[in-house]
Design a protein around this ligand. Sequence first.
Ligand SMILES: C[S@@+](CC[C@H](N)C(=O)[O-])C[C@H]1O[C@@H](n2cnc3c(N)ncnc32)[C@H](O)[C@@H]1O
Length: 290
Amino acid sequence: MDEWTVGKLLQWTTTYLGDHGSDTARLDAEVLLAHARGCGRIDLYTSYEEVVDDASRTSFRELVRRRSSGAPVAYLVGKREFYSLPFEVNAEVLIPRPETELIVVAALDWIKAAALDRPRVVDVGVGSGAIAVSIAKYAPHCQFVACDNSVAALEVAKRNAVANGVGENVEFVESDLLAEVAGPFDLIVSNPPYVAEAEFAELPETVREFEPRRALVGGPTGVEVIARLAPQAADKLAPGGRLLVELSPMIAEQCQQLFAGGDDWADVRIERDGAQLPRMLRATRAPCQG
Ligand SMILES: C[S@@+](CC[C@H](N)C(=O)[O-])C[C@H]1O[C@@H](n2cnc3c(N)ncnc32)[C@H](O)[C@@H]1O
């Protein structure tokens, strides 16, 4: 009987995962096999003809079985890269998405332009810590608060802050949005839950069945959490401070109207992501009247 070399296993698994609904079957197979063998993906290419030992094959087989049942690769290997930094992830936190890097870039640009000595920044709904930790890494002079209403998510975020060397700069607070957090802040960033309840049923199974619902669903229309955040953010931002909120193209217009009405906000804009989809609201806290 032919032996299971790295090359053969990858070939077989790519076909198998493709047949079981993965759009990224080859990549999945490589990431899972590298994880099972305890090596980097790049090392697979130089060991194509090597026979995979029994222990690695047993653990790989289990990973492939779970992947074919829809489990996301990031949860299977317990990590995901975001903004070129490593993040631990588990089923308590949303897997960071590449489009969320838009908030990090906008935040770092704003921090640089504002040129404050020690800006105060808060990340609302910190999850894995992707946004707060990435900003903290590249703007170490800021003082951060990171909040979430999930204690389990806060634990993951804390470990990611420490692992990325910014544990000292970030205070973690269990809070319903900004309720338990003392302002004023210069910058508020958030990737809140913004999926509408009806839309949730349409999400891919791998998201719907495995990622935390509380991280995704914003309410009946999807706008509810952002609508609650708006007055809290106005209350806790210093005049001239900046708010950056991720949203979906489906609710971009509603959110713009929500912020553009009233006196709290100036310079309300929706920015597009790399796929040219409306993805982020930015607004500046207007000076208080009277
Ligand atoms: C879309 S996830 C974002 C996670 C992470 N910031 C990211 O960008 O990958 C939303 C996060 O908000 C948290 N969350 C949901 N409702 C909240 C609330 N009312 N107050 C605080 N956090 C909340 C969830 O637990 C989840 O971690």
